[in-house]
Design a protein around this ligand. Structure first.
Ligand SMILES: Cc1ncc(COP(=O)(O)O)c(C=O)c1O
Length: 413
């Protein structure tokens, strides 16, 4: 019988604390249930059919993916309600989505340009389909999407969709990525809480605006928000009772404020968090969770050490940027947090100061020292990209390996 103790696992290896994974999935689903908002988890974090099944069993309604190649993997794995939270550009990609639809898979994707609408529409029309699309809105993050106050573009896109034979406008989608700013405002509100209010209120405002133009019906209009940090404030969607929440930080544009009684019934219909299954140092830094909530660690071995003339030590681990990735956390310096053995406490003054492809460069400037052959666990800065580097994630309980989660959609980028 193979030895299942963690001590025998070849390194570097990405470990998933099985019990914590289950707790994280249950807690986010409970948040959705309490707020009466559908939860559509983003599978880009784990890219794993097995973990997606756990989310579905917990109560998720459909899955979010980013790319058509991911959609194909999850569709083949039995997931038939897939939202691509991404502006899809490219005839080859639409062709693949049309094939999924023809196979009975419910797919929807985002648009934020007339180009995207004009290029996609004829492909679905030729396939005899009308596919569901959402206008991606930038509610403050500053990435893709039409700015929430750019009425001209919003009206133009909704108008173009109204005449498209291949596409049908079913809602709005935003990603509250600006919730990743660490810290608080002067009133003590975390930035992710402010971002959550913004993404909800600004999307409701846009829905009201499109309603005024006859492009959105409150009875069936999807309003999809979400990131892991802003999901922690999703209960606000219920508190607002479908009405646009107003705080001084929302500052709705005057042109969007007035709306009639019917438009007041728009509500946030779903949210999409992904990272929450694992969490990471970034989520700790922005104040969303503590180290105890993190389900993912990277197991690495010390492969070399060197004493420095200034009395400090350099040590090198066998996990480089191909595992830990080069992503930085908002506050904690370096490339991940090395934990004390068997504990969630960080080693004191032991920092990963650099990475090369196959090595982590560690500087020990206090009293703690590392020795060759020693194994350490590291909380990574960004769990989603770490998972994407692996073929499998090791499921761990009580220092034993229970099995693996296959990263089924690895390479689907
Ligand atoms: C469009 C979109 N939706 C949802 C998410 C999930 O957010 P998070 O990774 O914070 O859970 C992301 C993450 O990048 C995203 O880009």
């Amino acid at each position: 019988m193979p030895d299942d103790s963690l001590a025998h696992l070849p390194t570097p290896a990405v470990l998933i604390d099985e019990a914590q994974l289950h707790r994280n999935i249950a807690a986010m689903q409970a948040r959705a249930d309490q707020a009466s908002v559908a939860f559509r988890p983003h599978a880009k974090t784990h890219k794993s059919l097995g973990i997606a099944q756990l989310q579905q069993t917990a109560g998720a309604r459909g899955l979010t993916v980013a790319k058509p190649s991911e959609a194909i993997v999850f569709a083949r794995g039995g997931f038939h309600d897939l939202r691509l939270a991404y502006t899809i550009i490219g005839a080859d990609k639409h062709q693949r989505l049309a094939e999924l639809r023809a196979d009975g898979v419910q797919v929807s994707f985002c648009v934020d340009s007339l180009y995207g609408i004009a290029a996609a529409g004829p492909i679905y029309e030729a396939a005899g389909q009308q596919v569901e699309v959402l206008i991606e809105v930038d509610a403050g993050y500053g990435r893709a999407g039409v700015r929430y106050d750019d009425h001209e573009t919003l009206a133009a896109l909704a108008g173009a969709l109204a005449t498209s034979k291949g596409l049908r406008l079913v809602g709005l989608l935003t990603h509250g990525g600006h919730g990743y700013r660490p810290g608080q405002d002067d009133a003590g509100r975390h930035h992710y809480q402010i971002a959550a209010r913004e993404e909800q209120s600004r999307l409701l405002e846009v829905a009201n605006y499109l309603h005024g133009l006859g492009h959105a019906d409150p009875r069936n209009f999807e309003i999809s928000v979400g990131s892991t940090p802003t999901s922690f404030a999703i209960q606000d969607a219920k508190k607002s009772d479908g009405r646009t929440p107003h705080t001084e930080s929302d500052r709705p544009t005057p042109a969007m404020q007035p709306h009639d009684v019917a438009s007041d019934t728009f509500r946030i219909t779903e949210f999409r968090a992904g990272n929450y299954v694992f969490f990471d140092q970034t989520q700790i830094d922005i104040g969303v969770v503590s180290r105890d909530d993190v389900a993912m660690t990277v197991l690495a071995t010390v492969v070399s050490t060197r004493n420095r003339p200034d009395g400090t030590q350099s040590a090198y681990l066998d996990a480089g940027k191909k595992v830990l990735t080069s992503d930085r956390a908002p506050i904690h310096p370096g490339y991940g947090v090395i934990l004390q053995s068997g504990s969630r406490k960080p080693m004191d003054k032991v920092e990963i100061t650099g990475l090369s492809e196959e090595h982590a460069w560690v500087h020990c400037s206090g009293t703690e020292r590392l020795s060759v052959g020693q194994r350490v666990e590291i909380i990574p800065n960004h769990a989603c990209v770490v998972a994407a580097t692996q073929d499998v994630l090791y499921r761990i309980e009580d220092q034993r390996v229970l099995g693996t989660w296959e990263v089924t959609a690895k390479g689907m980028t």
